[in-house]
Design a protein around this ligand. Structure first.
Ligand code: AMP
Length: 526
């Protein structure tokens, strides 16, 4: 079904943890938009200046070194997460900017005394990408397909949608990154094949197994880890640097955020240098300055072997996830015709070689890992708005994590298993457990653990106003639906009254409808 034609152009945006990219279909071909300096990706970094509005992208990246406490990086690692989650705790320990709990029990970023939701930070990045495309096109951009890691849960997808709303963009579809990559790869190929998309970006890892038959794209299985990416490689190396610096100087800087941030920057540069060279000299002049003004430099030479030793456990973790996906697809690696590499981290030779080893064949080198996701999103945006003739690709995706409700004993009863094709729905009838029960409370979870508490709580809702009846006689039929964006909707029918109600699972992205509305910045000066 197409969306009504609009005045503006529909683009595809790859909203990455480290970098973002925007593309659109022009005259039947995908075009990636570059900035005035010709750069085709933009750092997903938002820097707040004193008294001025935020800056985003390459200018923001420059601020990272001298004012890390007011420069927000990797907001995607926080989006849709709960403040007490393990991931947020880890990010807090590593970040130079503040991360705290908001009044609504959601995660907030604190910069210069102001609180921002991760969705607002991502909205700044989206506006930046929108303006970049508008400058290149000379036309308004008002609709977008936005990509997310396939393994993102409902909370994270909903929060990404909120970011689009705040940015003043009509989000046509939340599309999974590996699926977008497959779409770009298979576009106009007209072949029948099975492919694996190995997507290791700055913050997340996804693996998707797809069947492509001409214009028909079907995801068979997907698996991932939303807290495993290039950032982790950098933190591991930065930790090694920190230990060495403390050993060299005897300084007590283990908890110094600025030192850690500078070492993380150095670690990333070392990683990129090691993807082409055999060894790299890491130098951070004046890494630490004592209150008395004495400066300490840091210098070390790292070779590929040492670096590989540090990060190999992270690479291995990706293969555990790959095995899980192959098992879910009920396939062996021999049945995969092509392996696509997506995400900046796949430029790293250790990763490329290891992927080749796992699948028993060298990965396909024909796609640009930095742009392929945005291009796939642009193809999908075009198909959804019917802007070009002949864009008839059919896309069948799956839900990455099982959806269930908490039952007696704290167990999770699965209603929609992972890897079910979407859109999909499942209905469950709830009975009252005692006489004259007036309400039923339902807790919805996503994840694979048998125990509800170990899964991600999407939200809780209460069906109240039930008629007074003996136990078991009031039945409420609840339907759980997962839409094309992978977002969960719930509706309930009270069998006694026969009334249907739509239920919004509250507090899932952390922002209420009202908060999203008031955060909207339709016209911010970037
Ligand atoms: P993405 O989120 O896909 O933009 O991936 C960004 C990640 O890829 C970051 O952790 C970068 O440090 C990393 N990266 C980008 N280019 C290279 C390279 N040439 N060698 C190693 N890592 C890279």
């Amino acid at each position: 079904m197409g969306y009504p034609a609009r005045m503006g152009v529909a683009v595809g945006i790859d909203l990455g943890t480290s970098n973002s990219c925007v593309a659109a279909m022009r005259h039947g071909e995908p075009v990636v938009f570059a900035d005035q300096e010709g750069r085709r990706t933009q750092p997903s970094i938002v820097a707040f200046g004193y008294g001025k509005s935020a800056v985003v992208g390459w200018r923001a990246r420059r601020q990272l070194l001298y004012a890390p406490e007011s420069t927000v990086i990797s907001a995607k690692r926080l989006i849709g997460r709960r403040p007490n989650s393990e991931e947020v705790r880890r990010m807090k320990a590593q970040s130079a900017f503040g991360i705290t709990e908001g009044e609504g029990g959601d995660v907030k970023v604190r910069v210069q005394g102001k609180l921002f939701s991760p969705a607002e930070i991502s909205a700044h990045v989206l506006v930046h990408m929108k303006k970049l495309a508008e400058a290149a096109l000379g036309e308004t951009v008002d609709q977008a397909v936005i990509t997310v890691p396939a393994y993102f849960n409902d909370n994270q997808r909903q929060a990404t949608r909120d970011a689009a709303t705040i940015a003043g963009l009509d989000c046509l579809r939340i599309l999974n990154e590996p699926t977008a990559a497959a779409l770009a790869y298979g576009f106009k190929q007209g072949r029948r094949q099975h492919i694996a998309v190995y997507d290791l970006g700055g913050g997340t890892f996804d693996i998707s197994i797809l069947r492509i038959d001409d214009d028909f794209f079907e995801v068979i299985a997907t698996a991932g880890d939303t807290f495993l990416g290039g950032d982790d490689f950098d933190y591991v190396a930065a930790d090694e640097f920190l230990k060495l610096f403390i050993k060299q100087t005897g300084l007590d800087v283990a908890e110094n955020r600025t030192v850690k941030m500078k070492l993380r920057e150095a670690a990333e540069r070392a990683k990129v240098a090691l993807s082409t060279g055999d060894a790299v000299e890491v130098a951070v002049p004046a890494l630490y300055r004592t209150p008395e003004g004495k400066e300490y430099d840091f210098a070390v030479t790292v070779d590929r072997q040492t670096y590989a030793h540090w990060v190999m456990p992270l690479v291995q973790r990706t293969f555990e996830v790959c095995e899980d996906a192959m098992k879910a697809a009920n396939m062996s690696t021999r049945q995969i015709d092509h392996v696509l590499l997506v995400g900046g981290m796949t430029r790293f030779p250790l990763v490329r070689d290891s992927v080749g080893g796992f699948f028993g064949r060298p990965p396909n080198a024909s796609v640009n890992p930095d742009e392929v996701v945005a291009i796939g999103a642009a193809i999908q945006a075009d198909a959804l708005t019917n802007q070009s003739e002949g864009s008839t690709s059919v896309l069948l995706d799956v839900t990455p994590q099982s959806l269930g409700v908490r039952t007696v004993g704290g167990y999770c009863e699965v209603l929609i298993p992972r890897n079910t094709a979407i859109p999909t729905e499942s209905t469950k009838v709830f009975h009252t457990a005692f006489d004259n029960q007036e309400e039923v409370r339902i807790s919805v979870f996503q994840g694979e653990s048998r125990m509800a508490e170990d899964n991600e709580l999407l939200g809780e809702f209460v069906l109240d106003g039930l008629p007074h009846k003996p136990r078991g006689q009031v039945r409420v039929r609840v339907t759980f639906e997962i839409d094309n964006d992978g977002i969960v909707h719930v509706r309930a029918v009270d069998s006694a009254l026969g009334q249907e109600r739509e239920i919004r699972i509250e507090a899932r992205s952390g922002l209420s409808v009202e908060e999203v509305r008031s955060a909207r910045f339709d016209d911010i000066d970037f």
